[in-house]
Design a protein around this ligand. Sequence first.
Ligand SMILES: [Fe+2]
Length: 383
Amino acid sequence: MDIADCYIKVRHRTEAICEPLQIEDYVVQPVVDVSPPKWHIGHTTWFFETFILKPYFAEYQEFDPNYNYVFNSYYETVGNRVIRTDRGNLSRPTVIDIKRYRKYVDDAMLNFITCGDISDDVKELLILGFNHEEQHQELLLTDIKYILGNNPLFPAYSKDYAAPKSHKTGAPFIKLNEGIYEIGFEGEGFSFDNELNRHKVYLNAFEISPDLVTNAEYLEFINAGGYHDFRHWHAAGWDWVNNNKAEAPMYWHNIDGEWHNYTYHGLQPVHMHDAVTHISYYEAYAYASWKGMRLPTEFEWEAAAKQFNWGLRWEWTESAYLPYPGFAKAPGAIGEYNGKFMVGQKVLRGASEVTSPNHSRITYRNFFQPELRWQFTGIRLAK
Ligand SMILES: [Fe+2]
């Protein structure tokens, strides 16, 4: 597929994700981590406009200079912006305005890609733009789930959404020998800067489960009083449990003694064989502790990942999100993409059922604060 087709395909997918929404769904921001869908569709457009059209396409006329303030996410290099908590307070630009902005930038981008002589540097930025938009496609799906799943009417997102089936192998834990393993991205193709450099780590012998923890297994922890036993929790986790009155994964509701959870199809009885999801790192850690086990480090996960199926859940690891040896930030605004977030977050490995197709790799490093659970997070045990 040529690069113009790739551009069209990635942009269409974002629009297809928004297809089932009503106009009001595009605007709200129920919590700071959830951005309004209209902000995502504007921000992904702004990314191409700011990092490709404005610097590299001489004849490009900016759509609206004020949009930089509205759709800049976190790039200090690119100037001031609406604070993140206020994204849901903006009734303007309207959804129609933002769709017009998308069309305007798409037309310019396709002119630029097909008529101009694209340098390798610009090609690299384009591919970063595709990967950036794919990350926002996943955020759109999880943010839409939060918006609808916290509405008292529990509206379905789309009856067409097909959740992939979990398949538990029931096989014994996979054993890996102690030794030196190579970690990080190498070779052709795209990777984010945080997957570099490839380097060696020494691992003690360990065992890792071929399966994700299921809802049925997690329910045993709930029923055993796991949320009421401080011994399984970090101090910060125990504060989180108490401050939030947590007693089950996000989206779970106990209705007349039966657990239900919000899904893209609306509120449904919990499918017990599915992999548990929407849990914080604190909960993943506490569950592992209750089982007398632990979470894998990100290095153990990567060393073992060819031997199990992954991709249904972002799997919390025991690793802090830190730079690899030799990590270097790119010069300019693009250097703000990953590096400045390497503090106070945990690494998650794998991918989830709403990760964009072809967006996952064995070396991919996702990262979130330990209390967050609106992503499709899950648990794989190690010992
Ligand atoms: Fe972004």
